[in-house]
Design a protein around this ligand. Structure first.
Ligand SMILES: [Fe+2]
Length: 271
């Protein structure tokens, strides 16, 4: 995609929308369509025409075609290319077939000097994630090609599951189950600048193995960090914007719905 060499690449990450085929669908009593629409309104207010919108999994709670079509048409109104990848609640095959003929059919995209790589960490029927041999080979090939590329200076990897353990006790087994293989591959790159993900419904920005890790809140319910048992956080839904600079630095903010209280069922023991 043509892009001025030195202008920053602007990305909006939207994650864990948990949409249903029914408009009235709720997750722990929060209407996920309503909260998604509130977040899209925020994107329209804050981020004029990003270069790319990343949908990082758990797009649909019920893995239904109407939920994916609704996501696609809503995102389409933002008039920017989008890419998506599956989470534990998604149907990866269905998402692939619905993406045909759109920008979301791609697993990688170059924007300016940045290469964006999308990984599928979903495992059929499981909450946890894993990278298959094929996905690891894909990542390895992308990173190796970028090392030898004159036009790619920086790489951003995107996935659903957390590649570093979550901070709550109940989260310890729901992240990426083969993180060692992932990090071994990641560390072969001199150009990998950051990993963006969702899944644990909270805002995180830290460094691991010298690589920046950015976790983004869901557009619906929020998980409380640092607790032993499942608990919802009182933070409002949101999204992340990312400014990928040509020198490899990243400026990023999480922007949350303000004012209105979108209250889920705080007494719930799980989701
Ligand atoms: Fe989720």
């Amino acid at each position: 995609m043509a892009k001025d060499q030195h202008s920053p690449v602007r990305i909006v990450q939207i994650t864990d929308t948990h949409l249903y085929s029914e408009e009235s669908g709720t997750l722990l009593k929060m209407n996920t369509k309503h909260s998604f629409e509130q977040v899209l309104e925020l994107v329209r207010m804050h981020d004029s025409l990003p270069d790319l919108i990343l949908g990082t999994g758990d797009i649909a709670q019920d893995a239904s075609e109407p939920a994916y079509e609704y996501f696609k048409s809503s995102i389409g109104m933002l008039k920017a290319p989008f890419m998506w990848l599956p989470g534990n609640h998604d149907n990866a095959l269905l998402m692939r077939s619905l993406a045909e003929g759109t920008s979301a059919a791609h697993k990688h995209m170059q924007l300016g000097h940045w290469l964006i790589v999308m990984l599928d960490t979903s495992v059929d029927g499981q909450v946890h994630g894993a990278l298959s041999e094929d996905e690891l080979a894909f990542l390895s090939a992308q990173l190796e090609a970028s090392e030898f590329s004159d036009s790619v200076d920086h790489v951003l990897v995107s996935m659903h599951h957390n590649p570093v353990k979550g901070t709550a006790g109940w989260m310890k087994d729901i992240g990426l189950q083969n993180p060692r293989k992932f990090w071994e591959t990641a560390k072969t790159s001199s150009k990998l600048r950051a990993i963006v993900y969702g899944h644990i419904h909270q805002e995180l920005d830290f460094e691991f193995e010298g690589i920046r890790c950015l976790c983004t809140p869901s557009t619906c319910i929020q998980f409380k960090p640092g607790v032993v048992n499942f608990a919802l956080d009182k933070m409002n839904p949101g999204y992340r914007n990312l400014m990928l600079n040509s020198d490899g630095s990243i400026e990023t903010q999480v922007i949350r719905v303000a004012d209105e209280q979108l209250e889920p069922d705080f007494s719930s023991g799980g989701y």
